[in-house]
Design a binder for this molecule. Structure first.
Ligand code: ADP
Ligand code: MG
Ligand code: MG
Length: 252
């Protein structure tokens, strides 16, 4: 589904990604862990098509496309979702209206019929039920006055409505208390499916107690320096990132 080969990228003239390769198949959950400043958010932002990044080498294939050649809207329509894509508060614009516009823009780009408000509401109620979310989320302004936990939950809700094929979560766990963390993880788990893949970017292991990844990768200094199964996350928890830094030092 996603094949990243030897990706190099710079931000503001600074070389951040230094030969990153990653292969993600449908249905898989990949956790990307790594120290602060490793390039984790850079990777997520580049996949979503955010501005400000210069790709200097390498390739990203997504399904049959050269992902890097698509603009952000085309990527979204093709099923790529980055949580934190819509983190802003939009006072006065209710969540339902906002989400229906986003979904219909994607459907239109795919040549699918748009959903009218009745169809949309029916679909949204089903999603709320699956995620055990309250329908009062619908009529509030987008993220308006939301707590940190509510914003993250709302992102999971956005993800459920948009039904991406490749969902990228960038530190969706940061700043969450344990109950909010479990809520977010349950939402992600409810959305796991054989044709949907997740890239879960996290600095901490604790989210992975609740979202069990198929593969864990350590991103350090712009490259994947170690890959393994869930046990790798536990090793990192035990030894810290200094352990990884020691391991990459001889090559760096
Ligand atoms: P992570 O998410 O792993 O903590 P980031 O991808 O956010 O790391 O950042 C990687 C490196 O790129 C850091 O050294 C950071 O300071 C730098 N960086 C990120 N964005 C910018 C930017 N817009 N301008 C300059 N440097 C940046
Ligand atoms: Mg960071
Ligand atoms: Mg980051």
């Amino acid at each position: 589904m996603l094949k990243i080969t030897d990706l190099h990228a710079s931000v503001a003239g600074k070389h951040i990604l230094k030969g990153l390769s990653l292969d993600v198949r449908p249905g898989e959950v990949h956790a990307i862990m790594g120290p602060n400043g490793a390039g984790k958010s850079t990777l997520g932002n580049i996949l979503a098509g955010r501005e400000g990044y210069e790709i200097t080498a390498g390739e990203v294939r997504y399904e049959d496309d050269d992902l890097l050649a698509l603009d952000p809207e085309e990527r979204a329509a093709a099923g790529v979702f980055l949580a934190f894509q819509y983190p802003v508060e939009i006072p006065g614009v209710n969540n339902t209206y906002f989400l229906r516009s986003a979904l219909n823009a994607q459907r239109k780009a795919r040549g699918e019929p748009e959903l009218d408000s009745m169809q949309f509401l029916k679909m949204v109620r089903e999603k709320l039920a699956v995620l055990h979310l309250d329908d009062k989320l619908l009529n509030r302004g987008v993220n308006e006055g939301f707590s940190g936990g509510e914003k993250k939950r709302n992102e999971i809700f956005q993800m459920a409505v948009l039904e991406p094929k490749l969902a990228i979560l960038d530190e969706t766990d940061s700043g969450l208390d344990i109950d909010a963390l479990k809520n977010v993880a349950e939402g992600v788990n409810a959305l796991r499916s054989p044709d949907r893949a997740f890239l879960v970017i996290t600095h901490y292991q604790r989210l992975l107690d609740y979202i069990r990844p198929d593969h864990v990768h350590v991103l350090a200094d712009g490259r994947i320096v170690e890959s393994g199964g869930p046990e790798l996350a536990l090793e990192l928890e035990a030894h810290g990132y200094a352990w990884v830094k020691d391991r990459i030092a001889p090559e760096a």
